[in-house]
Design a protein. Structure first.
Length: 94
């Protein structure tokens, strides 16, 4: 007998289908799917606001990088490297 394979999105969809049937309470559904009630409510709200796309994992990358270098500075350094390929970091910085 082969193993039953599922992925996270399918399990989230099963959870939402059972939630939308209104046959069980949120607490019992979350207990059945081994998730917290907070996660259950967030899945429902993400599904209602974003549709099926809300079931996929979201990026955890920061929206802002305070120490990032501006694009014009990067292009200026790369242009200097093309003009003077033997120059190192000290000369380029100067």
């Amino acid at each position: 007998m082969p193993w039953k394979e599922t992925n996270v999105v399918d399990e989230r969809m099963r959870f939402l289908i059972e939630y939308l049937r209104h046959e069980e309470s949120m607490s019992s559904l979350c207990l059945k799917f081994h998730i917290s009630r907070k996660t259950g409510y967030s899945l429902v709200s993400r599904f209602l606001s974003d549709g099926p796309a809300g079931l996929y994992d979201r990026s955890r990358a920061p929206h802002y990088h305070p120490h990032a270098v501006d694009e014009d500075i990067i292009s200026a350094v790369l242009n200097l490297r093309d003009v003077h390929p033997t120059w190192g970091a000290r000369k380029l910085h100067a």
